[in-house]
Design a protein around this ligand. Structure first.
Ligand code: CA
Ligand code: CA
Length: 478
C-alpha cells in the first residue's frame, strides 16, 4: 500500500497513525508499505516531501521553521517502522535525488539559458547568475554528514536571483545528463536545483547516504522518484552497491512516468532489470475505460502493459498522489470503475499490486469515496481463493472475466467485469466445481449461479458493473 496521499493533513500525525494501524494493515493482507519522503522539505510542515531540503533531517532538527515534518518526528518515524516490522510488513522509503530546494545561500555561477522546448539548444550567451545552490544545513550542526552542497554539485536551476528572471539555466561547466528521457529534447531538468548525480563527490555522498539510511531506519527497500530526469546508470550502481554491502534484497520500484510500453521496456533493459517499475500504461487504461462511455475494448485491457509484458518487474496501481484529484498529472479513475480496476490488480497473480491510501480511506479534503469495504473483500479472496487453474475470458469489447478453480477444499472464484450495457458470459470453474452454487459478494447483485456437471455456469452482469462469485459457504476472514 502507498501509505499517503497528497492532501493528508499537515498535523504531524501520520507516523503515529501508522503505528496504530500496523496490526490492522497486516490483518487485511498488506505485506509492504511505500511511505512518503521522510526528510525535511523546503516548505517545512507543508512539504509532501518532494521539495527536498535536507536528506538527513527526518524530523529531528530545527530547520525550515520546524523540527517535525508534515508526518511527524524522526523518533515517531523509526517507531512506526519498528511496529510494522513486528507485524511482518516491509517498508519502502521514497528516495528523491533529482533535485534540492530551499538553499541557504546563493552562489555566483556562469550559466546559459536552455530552450525550454529543446534543452539541447542554448538560447543566450553565458552570463553570471545568482543561483540558489548553497546548502550548509546550519540547524543540523554536521550531524550524520559534513557534506555541504554548492553550485558545482548541480547542473542547473530555473531562477536567477540577480535579474529575478525565471528560465532554465544550465551551468556553463556542466552538461545535461545524456541518459535521461528525450522529452523536451533532454529532460534532465525537472525543478529546483538539479542534482548532478554523476559528479564524483555527489555520487560518493549519495552512496554513503543510502548506507546511512538503511542502517538508521532499517527500511527494506525503496521507491525511486523522477527517474525520467536522472541518468539511467545512477540507481543501477547505487542499488548494486547497497545490495552488496547489506546482503539484502532491497526490493525497489521506480517511478518512470511514461504511458509508452516500449519506453518502459527499453529502460528496464538499460538498468539490467535491477528494479521494478510502476505500470503506468495499465493506469492509463483504467483512466480511459472509466471515462470512455463503454467504448474501450475491455478484451485489450492488459495489452501493451508492463504487467503483461514483464509481470515480474511490474508494480500495478490504480491511483497515486500525482494522479489523484487536484494534482499535476491528474488522471483520476472514475468511481464506477475503481473497484473493477482493483479487481484487475488484486485478483490476478501477475504483478505486484499497490493499493492507494486515498482509495482505501478516502481523501477528506475532496470528500472522495473510501473503497475499504470492497478492497478488504478482494484481499481476502486474494489470500484464500486465488489458486488453482485460471480460465481467462478476455475475449469481448465489453464483458470480460476470469475464474480460478481453487485448490484442495477451496472452490476458487469467478469475476465478471463490464464497461458496456450489461449481458452475460459463460465461464468455466473446472470439473472439480461441478454442481456447486456461487454467490456474488461484490454487493452489486443477489445473483446465485449454479455450475453444470462440467463446472460451467452463465454469469450475468448489469451495465458498467461487476460481480465476484464465490462458493456459498465463503466467510470473510475477519
Ligand atoms: Ca535531473
Ligand atoms: Ca467496451
Amino acid at each position: 500500500m502507498q501509505y499517503f496521499h497528497w492532501d493528508i493533513e499537515n498535523d504531524g500525525t501520520l507516523w503515529k497513525k501508522l503505528k496504530e494501524d500496523a496490526r490492522h494493515l497486516s490483518a487485511i493482507g498488506i505485506t509492504a508499505l511505500w511511505l512518503p519522503p521522510a526528510y525535511k522539505g523546503y516548505s517545512g510542515i507543508d512539504d509532501v516531501g518532494y521539495g527536498v531540503y535536507d536528506l538527513y533531517d527526518l524530523g529531528e532538527f530545527d530547520q525550515k521553521g520546524t523540527i517535525r515534518t508534515k508526518y511527524g518526528t524522526k523518533d515517531e518515524y523509526l517507531e512506526a517502522i519498528k511496529e510494522c516490522h513486528k507485524y511482518g510488513i516491509d517498508i519502502y522509503a521514497d528516495m528523491v535525488f533529482n533535485h534540492k530546494m530551499g538553499a541557504d545561500h546563493t552562489d555566483a555561477v556562469e550559466a546559459i539559458k536552455s530552450d525550454p522546448n529543446d534543452r539541447n539548444k542554448d538560447i543566450a550567451k553565458s552570463e553570471t547568475i545568482k543561483a540558489w545552490t548553497h546548502f550548509d544545513f546550519k540547524g543540523r550542526h554536521d550531524k550524520y554528514s559534513t557534506f555541504k552542497w554548492t553550485a558545482k554539485h548541480f547542473t542547473g536551476v530555473d531562477y536567477d536571483d540577480r535579474s529575478k528572471h525565471k528560465a532554465i539555466y544550465r551551468f556553463k561547466d556542466e552538461l545535461w545528463s545524456k541518459d535521461v528521457s528525450s522529452e523536451n529534447g533532454n529532460y534532465d531538468y525537472l525543478m529546483g536545483a538539479d542534482v548532478d548525480v554523476m559528479d564524483p563527490e555527489v555520487k560518493d555522498e549519495l552512496y554513503r547516504y543510502g548506507l546511512w539510511y538503511l542502517d538508521f531506519t532499517d527500511v527494506d527497500g525503496f521507491r525511486l522518484d523522477a527517474l525520467k530526469h536522472i541518468d539511467d546508470s545512477f540507481f543501477k550502481g547505487w542499488l548494486a552497491f547497497l545490495r552488496e554491502k547489506t546482503h539484502k534484497e532491497l526490493f525497489t520500484v521506480g517511478e518512470y512516468w511514461s504511458n509508452d510500453i516500449a519506453e518502459l521496456t527499453s529502460y528496464l533493459k538499460d538498468i539490467d532489470r535491477s528494479y521494478s517499475l510502476f505500470d503506468v500504461p495499465l493506469h492509463y487504461h483504467f483512466f480511459e475505460i472509466s471515462n470512455g462511455g463503454g467504448y474501450f475494448d475491455m478484451g485489450a485491457i492488459f495489452n501493451d502493459t508492463l504487467v503483461k509484458n514483464d509481470p515480474q518487474k511490474a508494480v500495478t496501481f490504480v491511483e497515486n498522489h500525482d494522479t489523484q484529484i487536484g494534482q499535476a498529472l491528474q488522471t483520476v479513475v472514475a468511481d464506477w470503475f475503481k473497484p473493477m480496476a482493483y479487481a484487475c490488480i488484486l485478483l490476478r497473480e501477475e504483478g505486484y499490486p499497490c493499493i492507494f491510501y486515498g482509495d482505501y480511506y478516502g481523501i477528506d479534503k475532496y470528500k472522495t469515496r473510501a473503497f475499504k469495504e470492497i478492497i478488504d473483500k478482494m484481499l481476502d479472496i486474494r489470500k484464500t481463493k486465488m489458486s488453482g487453474k485460471r480460465h481467462d475470458y478476455l475475449d469481448d469489447r465489453d464483458i470480460i472475466g476470469w475464474t480460478y478453480e481453487g485448490l484442495k477444499d477451496d472452490e476458487g472464484f469467478a469475476l465478471i467485469l463490464d464497461d458496456g450495457p450489461g449481458g452475460m458470459k459463460v465461464m468455466d470453474l473446472g470439473k472439480r466445481n461441478a454442481n456447486k452454487t456461487f454467490i456474488d459478494i461484490s454487493g452489486n447483485s443477489d445473483h446465485e449461479v449454479t455450475t453444470d456437471i462440467e463446472g460451467r455456469a452463465t454469469f450475468s452482469v448489469e451495465g458498467g458493473n461487476f460481480g465476484i462469485y464465490v462458493a456459498r459457504s465463503f466467510k470473510m476472514e475477519r
